[in-house]
Design a protein around this ligand. Sequence first.
Ligand code: PLP
Length: 398
Amino acid sequence: MKNTATDLALFGGDSLFATPKSTSNLVRPDIENFLAYSKQFYRQRQYTNNGPLVQQLEKRLATLHQTDYCVTFCSGFWALALAISAMARKGKSEIVMPSLTYRRMADIAAWNRLSPHFCDIDPASLAMSAATAETCINDKTALMLCVHPIVNCCDAEELCTLARHHDIPVLFDAVESVYETVPEGKVGQFGDAEIFSLHASKLINGFEGGYVTTNNRQLAEHLSLARGFGFKQADNITVPGGMNAKLNEVHAAMALSSLDDLEDQVIRNRERYRLYQTMLQPISGLQLLAFDENQHTSYKNIVVRLCTSWPLTRADTLRILHAEKIVARPYYSPALHQKDMAYPHIAADLPETDQMAEQFLLLPCGHHVNDHDIRQITALLAMMLQQAPAIRRKLESL
Ligand SMILES: *Cc1c(COP(=O)(O)O)cnc(C)c1O
């Protein structure tokens, strides 16, 4: 228990945790279940190339998202890159996307030789909206890439309406919204396609992996060829630009066992979220982003806003937490347009993005974080609020 500024690890005290507490989900499904799945492919000696577990996983994910097709990939990155390549309007050069988003999004556009045209966000949702996207649409637009924020969802329906109105394909990055619903239905069914990740840090753990959901049969067939060198039969190359982006069987085994555990996981996530809610409530200056409980939600991410009454800068807050081995992270900050970028891109003024990029941080979440950890993290934050003048003096003398 830390009571004063001098107890803080940044100023020479012992760190609160021996091992880092991160914002990665790291869900660990039952080992016996994982091994039971793994024995299936091991016995059959089919380790990859659209094996039985990959097929089973794709069926289950299509059912989960209520779509006709699901195509798995070795990562969310390649699911995105190949979906964009398949869907972008030929001869067009720009991809509309938010700037307050996943760090690698501009790289993914660059792989497709498309320039990101960054749109602003709605401060209420921290997501792009039809209004912010529309100002970026022009006759060079190849695709709209709509990314769901970390807590709750963007308005999928209005974004689809906008895309239809301009006759532009729309792809959703729904990595953070696997479990979510919006009023019009289950995430996964919107736009021309949606992409997801199976990375260990995300809701469904396949070690690594990704997938696309769609109701478009042609697109699904194209993607399942493109991920496997474009081969239909041996050496009969049917898709130009095909490459190796297949999911293998052991990753599918892990993802299937994570899926079996998904409903239980959400209950565990909700318990952590409720405890954070209770413990953060009395700490003035910190505001927990609330999940919309009128919809299905995974309760996975713990995002807090540093209000003007919080007495420390976000950078100093993060420095103090990191020294305690609390690996809190600034929310999508710096935003993509604020970073040096080797690629061509278009960014007009993005005032809401600039403001919101400074105000939020993610606190440790996921399945390596227990109740006791949450009590310690929030007690530390309460102490930082109380001892802020002394902390600021010590920060100045560092
Ligand atoms: C992690 C992530 C990706 C990429 O997924 P990988 O499987 O790690 O390649 C894409 N989009 C968002 C929003 C992500 O958080």
